[in-house]
Design a protein around this ligand. Structure first.
Ligand code: PEP
Ligand code: MG
Length: 898
């Protein structure tokens, strides 16, 4: 028969799956000999069995044998305590607390003082010699039981308490004497009977059993479900229940309750951090009923307990080798530990604490590396609002993409573009965004929406661009037609009014909140000395260790000399993807039009010749910025009609001109070309290598520009390492064809320039067919770079430009996936293709160099996968380079530890 109940002495901190976090840590503390009130834990397995037996709208049934096991453990507890649960003369009381594997603060339920009833309350009063304390405890049980177990609106109890306080002129609950609390108990019992049609259960064991069921049920409350979804906690873990003998912080001024941290969870600084509340039970601290005092005051109030607590905190930190947070109670001068766990902390504290613990010799540097994350580093790299500045909060939404942005509110993309072009900082405000808003999002300093979650279009796109974004601020009533939004308190913000949005906290402020630069970024840029600041020094130490530990190289996706230089300062070891399409925009668009409209080979040749020197210049500058490091340049990828005007816009122009009798011949020809080149599914059409096959001159012009640029760099004393990359290859034949052209051009350029140019030709793997035939493709390719954006699009059949806005929120809600596969690599599907292609490619060419340049190259979870598959490098946007270095180091350290 399954064992469902464990005494605290039976468990350990490593059994969180079975005993939940709280239960596992209570067991650990008991076994360390710390003063933990005796008790037992009902396992998560019991919870799963109970919940599994529940029908639609029907409560579950307790698994067989659980009741007997609880009886057994309860008897043992009674024996240890020398008292029986709810016994009239001298009752044992217990607390019933939830505790899941992952902490879900405030999401689930707790009932204290179980075992009190109309008779045992008198016994408690007598034993404690304190009537007030006994009635205070009973009214707390009634309110908590009423709310949690019986599902009564808590306001009814709070309202009755407030009413009584007002009636007797009491400032706080401490001013209510025993008589008044006795009256309050009667009121509460009345509320329960009225609301449930039944009186409060007087049988202590019935109270206990109902409380346990209520804790199990609280796993599935709406807020718990929502919290788990946000935090990506699996929904099927269930919670454990801890039944613990009560100790009382509310039996006089020599008693109290508090929370403490072994270090400051905000900054990481060592010291005494926490709060203490005299004559109170735990929930008073959380509820903020009375003001707490700083923990340091406890030294004056009760030096003995304080000293003992300090000693225990030090022991806990050394034992857990990490920041611990603690809940404790003092009962008449005796200290009791009610909970501990490894505490949550801010990103800054995480870095500082990791290095401090390593310096103290408590952990190794490899462990320090595992204690911080790329997401935390990313947060430290965003600019922040000056914490000292004044601000007026308008609303709070989801912290979708971190950063601090200030600008004038604009309500449509066209205005955003227009205002940005005249040099204004703008915040694009929409109810939600869609791909049509893209140009506005590109120019905006920040994006604010009133609808949609962390994976809404706005959120996904903003994160991709590194743009600050707050989404789903549903308190805001956004009216884009009028160009304004309103807050519930009636504040109106019109187009042009300045607002500030904090993508790290989700806050929206009125006016211009001053922004300060991230010190960490200034250090990466070389403008800050690591020695000057403890946080920067901690980041520097950890980065140094990550770089030493990692096996994966880190390159950048950069298409301009500026981005190349910046990513190099950020530690990039080359460029993994230089997209060339942006080099055909602006003034050069006209040359592309000429190319497309060319009627003869000569005309085409002329257009390409005009592009050549411009391209050569582009490449020369980038190769110079990355001198000595590999630069992977991808030949043009998008369908050419992307460089032509839109069909609607152009046909209007031509129609208007025709109506006026003076149509431009060029426009008419362009329109015909646009019509001719229209594709129903351009992402599956004439793009990538297919362009190279159909219009060979375009690819050879680009190859020539790259090679001539390299030759020029060599002549100038440089050390260029260009890698020419062919996109969207499906079969080796395509690659062979264009590679032959490139090799021929290279021969010609080397002859003309009189230098030997080191270069490689490789391909992107971004189609499932390419992955499956990677062994053949590797015959021709000298390197592979996984284009996981297209590979995800082509594997799932998801249009990457449409689906996130169209239906991803529904997919996420229904749990089809927990995170967008465009954000974090889908290991089973797309990942399997990457694995197969890597293996097959290397079978043909053992030294085949493998990288990844899709968005996943900068995503922490995906980086761990690329480490596992044995790729050589990841490539990501410049700003994510440090994050990728850190995560690559963490992945290597984790692999070593396994
Ligand atoms: C890719 O498909 O992953 C890729 C890097 O190319 P692009 O995003 O430019 O299609
Ligand atoms: Mg691609």
């Amino acid at each position: 028969m399954t064992k469902y109940v464990y005494d605290f002495s039976e468990g350990s901190k490593d059994q969180k799956d079975l005993l939940g976090g709280k239960g596992a840590n209570l067991a650990e503390m008991s076994n360390m000999g710390l003063p933990v009130p005796p008790g037992f834990t009902i396992s998560t397995e019991a919870c799963r069995a109970y919940l599994g037996s529940a029908g639609e709208g029907q409560p579950g049934t307790m698994p067989e044998g659980l009741e007997e096991e609880v009886t057994e453990h309860l008897e043992a507890l009674e024996q240890a305590m020398g008292r029986k649960l709810g016994e009239p003369d001298d009752p044992l009381l217990v607390s019933v607390r939830s505790g899941a594997k992952f902490s879900m603060p405030g999401m689930m339920e707790t009932v204290l003082n179980v075992g009190l009833n109309d008779r045992s309350v008198e016994g408690l009063a007598k034993q404690a010699g304190d009537e007030r304390f006994a009635w205070d405890s009973y009214r707390r049980l009634l309110a908590m039981f009423g709310k949690t177990v019986l599902g009564i609106d808590g306001e009814l109890f709070e309202g009755a308490l407030d009413g009584l306080k007002e009636e007797v002129g009491a400032e706080s609950d401490l001013d209510l004497d025993a008589e008044r609390l006795r009256a309050l108990v009667e009121t509460y019992k009345g509320i329960i009977e009225e609301q449930c049609g039944e009186p409060f259960p007087q049988d202590p064991r019935a109270q206990l059993d109902q409380a346990v069921a209520a804790v199990f049920d609280s796993w599935n409350t709406e807020r718990a479900v929502l919290y788990r979804r946000q935090e990506r906690i699996p929904g099927d873990l269930g919670t454990a229940v801890n039944v613990c003998s009560m100790v009382f912080g509310n039996c006089g001024m020599d008693s109290g309750t508090g929370v403490a941290f072994t270090r400051d969870p905000a900054s990481g600084a060592q010291g005494v951090y926490g709060d203490y509340l005299q004559n109170a039970q735990g929930e008073d601290v959380v509820a903020g009923i009375r003001n707490t005092v700083p923990l340091a005051e406890l030294e004056k109030l009760d030096k003995k307990s304080y000293d003992e607590l300090m000693e225990i905190m030090q022991r806990l930190e050394e034992h857990y080798r990490d920041l611990c947070d603690i809940e404790f109670t003092v009962e008449r001068g005796k200290l009791w530990m009610l909970q501990t766990r490894v505490g949550k902390r801010t990103p800054a504290a995480a870095f500082r604490i990791a290095v401090q613990l390593a310096d103290q010799g408590l952990i190794t540097m490899d462990e320090a590396l595992e204690r911080v994350t790329g997401a935390q580093l990313a947060q430290l790299m965003f600019p922040q609002f000056d914490p000292k500045a004044e601000r007026k909060l308008l609303a709070k939404g989801m912290n979708a993409s971190p950063g601090a942005a200030v600008g004038k509110a604009v309500f449509d993309s066209a205005t955003a573009v227009e205002w940005a072009e005249r040099g204004e900082q703008v915040i694009l405000v929409r109810r939600e965004t869609n791909p049509d808003d893209l140009h506005g999002m590109v120019v905006a300093a920040g994006i604010l929406t009133s609808r949609g979650g962390k994976t809404s279009h706005a959120a996904v796109v903003a994160r991709g661009m590194g743009r600050t974004c707050v989404c789903g601020a549903d308190d805001l009533d956004v009216d884009v037609r009028v160009g304004e939004f309103r807050t519930p308190d009636g504040t109106e913000v019109h187009e042009g009014d300045v607002i500030s949005i904090d993508g790290t906290t989700g806050e929206v402020f009125l006016g211009d909140v001053p922004v300060i630069d991230s010190k960490v970024v200034r250090w990466f840029e070389g403008d800050e000395d690591a020695a000057d600041d403890e946080l920067v020094a901690a980041v520097a130490r950890i980065m140094e260790h990550a770089d030493a530990a990692r096996r994966l190289g880190v390159r950048a996706n950069a298409d301009t000399p500026g981005d190349a230089a910046r990513s190099r300062r950020f530690g990039a070891q080359g460029i993994g993807l230089c997209r060339t399409e942006h080099m055909f925009l602006g003034d050069r668009r006209e040359l592309v039009e000429r190319l497309i409209l060319a009627d003869s080979d000569e005309e085409q040749e002329a257009a390409l010749s005009a592009l050549l020197p411009l391209q050569r210049q582009d490449f020369e500058e980038i190769l110079e910025a990355m001198d000595g490091l590999p630069v992977t340049i991808r030949l043009i990828d998008p369908p050419l009609h992307e460089f032509l005007p839109g069909f609607t816009e152009l046909s209007m122009k031509v129609a208007v001109a025709e109506a006026a009798g003076k149509p431009s011949k060029r426009d008419v020809r362009l329109l015909a070309a646009v019509r001719r080149m229209h594709e129903e599914n351009p992402m599956l059409g004439l793009r990538g290598v297919r362009l190279g096959v159909v219009i060979p001159g375009l690819f050879t012009m680009q190859a020539r520009a790259i090679l001539e640029a390299a030759a020029a760099r060599i002549k100038a004393g440089g050390d260029p390492c260009p890698e020419i990359m062919i996109p969207l290859v499906a079969t080796v034949q395509e690659l062979e064809l264009v590679k032959a052209d490139v090799v021929e051009v290279a021969g010609a350029v080397e002859d003309e320039q009189g230098v030997k140019i080191p270069f490689k030709v490789g391909t992107m793997i971004e189609l499932p067919r390419a992955a499956m035939t990677a062994d053949e493709i590797a015959e021709s390719a000298e390197f592979f770079s996984f284009g996981t954006n297209d590979l995800t699009q082509m594997t799932w059949g998801f249009s990457r430009d449409d689906v996130e806005a169209a239906f991803f929120s529904t997919y996420l809600e229904k749990g089809i996936f927990g995170v967008s596969p465009f954000e974090t690599l889908d290991r089973q599907g797309v990942g399997a293709l990457v694995r197969v292609a890597a293996e097959r490619g290397r079978r043909t060419r053992p030294d085949l160099h493998l990288g990844v340049c899709g968005e996943h190259g900068g995503d922490p979870d995906s980086i761990h996968f690329f480490e596992e598959v044995g790729l050589d490098y990841v490539s990501c946007s410049p700003f994510r380079v440090p994050v990728a270095r850190l995560e690559a180091g963490r992945a290597a350290a984790a692999a070593k530890a396994d």
